[in-house]
Ligand binder design. Sequence first.
Ligand SMILES: Nc1ncnc2c1ncn2[C@@H]1O[C@H](COP(=O)(O)OP(=O)(O)OP(=O)(O)O)[C@@H](O)[C@H]1O
Ligand SMILES: [Mg+2]
Length: 227
Amino acid sequence: MNRFIEAHDLTKTYSRGAEQITALNNVSFAVDKGDIVSVVGASGSGKTTLVNVLGCLDNPSSGTLMINHKVIFGEGKLLSEPALTKIRRATFGYVFQKFFLIPTLSVKENILLPSVFQPDHTPDDESLYQLMDMLGIARRENHLPSQLSGGEMQRVAIARALIHKPEVLIADEPTGNLDSKRSNEIKDLLLRLNQENGITVIIVTHNPDIAKIGNKTLELVDGKLMG
Ligand SMILES: Nc1ncnc2c1ncn2[C@@H]1O[C@H](COP(=O)(O)OP(=O)(O)OP(=O)(O)O)[C@@H](O)[C@H]1O
Ligand SMILES: [Mg+2]
């Protein structure tokens, strides 16, 4: 569906003591279903702030965010926390730069973690193993995160983000800690998820090679969208 995510004049300010920081400055754009959107810009330009607002993890100070033609933020609307949680769970999978795997849980348990919070979405064994297979971590199912390479940890984090079959995958620097070979693997994986599974991908990256896979690029400079 077209214009799956619409942002109109999104602004986000933070106060740090007496200082006001404008992390996002009147940002407007649309994401269509099936897009790969690359979010680029210098450190501190507002990339994480932007994807956190798009992913409904944070609210803008002003402006409007629409998802699937419904107003999520703005126009005087304030969704309740349970309503936001529902949208997050139904729509998004999140991959964070620092993986956030639980060190005492195995690979399989980490991947299944989201279903603890939504028991009615517990995947059957077949789809779990299919996902681990696709990500090349099936043979690691009983390993702890400390027994994995950085690339494997990142793929476990991606599996966890995908286990509930989100419509949109948001990945903030998913290759930030990886060497070029592992980065390439993640890049191919994101492309495959998009092409074969139809997942919309929003990816924050400093890596020009990864940014190239985007059919759209959002370039931020001091919180403003270029171009
Ligand atoms: N919780 C916060 N409180 C105050 N200021 C913040 C907060 N989060 C971010 N900022 C500021 O907002 C601006 C944008 O930060 P953001 O994390 O979005 O940048 P970024 O583009 O993701 O940077 P990086 O590439 O280093 O991850 C920065 O100036 C940052 O210091
Ligand atoms: Mg960031």
